[in-house]
Write a protein that binds this ligand. Structure first.
Ligand SMILES: *[C@@H]1O[C@H](CO)[C@@H](O)[C@H](O)[C@H]1NC(C)=O
Ligand SMILES: *[C@@H]1O[C@H](CO)[C@@H](O)[C@H](O)[C@H]1NC(C)=O
Length: 167
């Protein structure tokens, strides 16, 4: 048998398995509302057009957050190091935010978030949490996502959610 015909048979076999519908739709995970945070920001520092696009640095000056299981204040540390894709018409903005929360019962929670702006003007971000607090230790395992909306040049709000295991 010629090599090309073996290749044709193998390709057909792969395509026939890949093209079929999955035997069973997997369970779809649920989501829970975690908090809404209002962030106040400082002056924007335009780092400029570099290899990753137009980088804008914005310091976080404070804010408040509240949700069913946690509430408190945003520490005046951290900021945004986002980039704007200037290489494409309608290029997105890619936020890259670090913020530190202090809960009303005294715990600190570090949050990392990054994502992309959407056509409706919001941005969708993934959230990672880091804390040593026993009470909030479950956040280290959580996979979160947020909807970020810039309200003014110096304020933004993020609605945060976490993924629940499929029931
Ligand atoms: C965020 O701001 C909105 C609009 O001013 C307000 O209704 C809401 O209570 C604020 N939430 C927090 C956690 O500060
Ligand atoms: C940019 O977005 C606008 C509005 O959605 C659309 O009309 C236009 O065709 C887009 N341009 C390109 C190059 O994708």
């Amino acid at each position: 048998m010629k090599l090309t015909s073996i290749f044709t048979i193998l390709t057909a076999a792969v395509l026939s398995t890949a093209a079929g519908p999955p035997a069973k739709t997997p369970k779809i995970p649920g989501i829970s509302y975690l908090y809404t945070v209002n962030i106040t920001a400082g002056e924007t520092y335009p780092v400029g057009n570099g290899p990753h696009g137009l980088r804008l640095v914005v310091p976080i000056t404070g804010g408040t957050f509240a949700g069913p299981k946690l509430r408190g204040t945003v520490m005046p540390v951290g900021g945004e190091w986002g980039t704007l894709d200037t290489g494409h018409a309608n290029g997105s903005f890619y936020p890259d935010v670090r913020q530190t929360f202090k809960t009303d019962d005294g715990a600190y929670i570090q949050i990392f978030e990054s994502g992309a702006s959407q056509t409706d003007g919001s941005a969708h971000v993934s959230l990672k949490f880091d804390t040593g607090s026993e009470k909030y230790y479950w956040l280290n395992r959580a996979v979160g996502f947020g909807i970020l909306n810039r309200l003014t040049d110096t304020s933004l709000t993020i609605d945060a959610f976490i993924v629940n295991p499929p029931a």
